[in-house]
Design a protein around this ligand. Structure first.
Ligand SMILES: *Cc1c(COP(=O)(O)O)cnc(C)c1O
Length: 383
């Protein structure tokens, strides 16, 4: 059927109608009092969602740019940094820092592995790096790391920790202050249920301290300039005002649901997706664990190219899922379930996958994935 579309990728994600409507209101002037109120409320809500009293900065740019802002505000040329890498995004941050002339040391895992705190501590001690990059939810593999433990190890080794929480913020627990996360980076288009275009950075006192002596050049992404302006509800440059208005409403919805309830919902969505896939006899690439609540990476059976599945889902059923990065392309596809999703989104995509596999000759009892997914959704969390 042409027309009906289902966005089941880990970003951008579906946007609730109220949020779309907020973004469709007339454009406010970014230096006027109406917009100032929206901006200040949005920043306050972001602090709540990030569980922090640190400054929250909002840039008109995608998540990668917010990460770039961390690099240029924290680093000097030739300075050492430890990049923890277990997938596409870990690799991106290493490449980004290298592009700015940082001396990047790697803690590299095979894609799909979960980084370990002891390794972070050991590598920091070995290299003497004073900044560590970690990824909370590695969207390319489905792994959600124990960022609390990783950050603690970094702190004990005397390093600041910069956390990529682009796909995790709002979906799984992240405690900026309680876990001592110096810099947290997020984007509007993932679990925050807002169109792409805005990114978020939280900055701790230690990170501010370090930024004062960081010597890399910066202008648009200069934290000081942004903070000074945001304190008055303004921005140094014209922000994406309609997306800020949308984000404000989306954050309101998330806080109304309650962060704990949202985390429980995401855990249940992840469980439903994994159990449904397994019920069809499919293997998982992402970990089969409660924390893996962002994206489920599913292996296709021998002889079925996952890229074909991704294309068929899109062309025949209007369902967009994500493929695997690089070498994983032929092997797996990824179903995103962050933000504006409920269990019937999961059963929709599983039903479509079942149709394709059965057509391809797989021996699957019809309906088994849906039945199992619905059942798993309501099971209480395994400990
Ligand atoms: C989506 C994503 C990003 C940011 O990507 P942009 O396209 O720059 O917004 C960064 N890290 C992770 C883990 C992501 O999922």
């Amino acid at each position: 059927m042409a027309g009906k579309r289902y966005l089941m990728a880990p970003g951008p994600t579906p946007v609730p109608p109220e949020v779309l409507a907020a973004g469709a209101q007339p454009v406010l002037h970014h230096r006027g009092p109406d917009f100032r109120a929206v901006m200040l409320r949005t920043l306050g809500r972001l602090q709540e969602v990030c569980r922090t009293e640190n400054d929250v900065l909002l840039f008109t740019a995608s998540g990668s740019a917010a990460f770039e802002s961390a690099v240029v505000n924290l680093m000097s040329p030739g300075e050492r940094v430890l990049a923890v890498m277990a997938g596409e995004f870990g690799e991106r941050w290493a490449a980004l820092a290298r592009a700015y002339g940082a001396d990047v040391h790697e803690l590299r895992y095979a894609w799909g592995e979960t980084p370990r705190a002891d390794d972070v501590r050991a590598r920091l001690e070995e290299t003497g790096a004073k900044v560590a990059f970690v990824v909370h939810s590695e969207t390319s593999t489905g792994v959600v790391s124990d960022v609390q433990a990783l950050a603690q190890a970094a702190r004990e080794a005397g390093a600041l920790v910069v956390v990529d929480a682009v796909s995790s913020l709002g979906a799984v627990r992240l405690e900026t202050d309680a876990w001592g996360l110096d810099v947290v980076v997020a984007g509007s288009q993932k679990a925050l249920m807002t169109p792409p275009g805005l990114s978020v950075v939280t900055v701790s006192d230690s990170a501010w301290g370090r930024s004062q002596s960081a010597a890399l050049p910066r202008f648009y992404f200069d934290w000081d300039r942004m903070r000074a302006s945001l304190e008055t509800g303004s921005t140094p440059f014209t922000p994406a005002v309609t997306i800020v208005a949308a984000l404000d409403v989306a954050l309101g919805l998330l806080l109304e649901e309650g962060l704990d309830a949202a985390f429980a919902r995401h855990a249940a969505l992840g469980r439903a997706c994994r159990e449904g896939a397994k019920a069809m006899g499919l293997g998982l690439f992402s970990p089969d664990e409660e924390r893996s609540a962002i994206v489920t990476a599913i292996l296709t059976p021998e002889g079925i190219d996952a890229r074909e599945v991704v294309l068929a889902l899109r062309d025949r059923f209007g369902i967009t899922v994500a493929g695997g990065h690089g070498e994983l392309g032929p092997k797996l596809f990824r179903i995103g379930h962050i933000g504006y999703y409920d269990v019937f989104d999961i059963t929709t995509v599983l039903a479509a996958v079942e149709v394709l596999l059965v057509e391809g000759g797989a021996d699957i009892e019809r309906g088994v994935a849906i039945a199992r997914a619905l059942e798993a959704y309501h099971e209480t969390a395994r400990v």
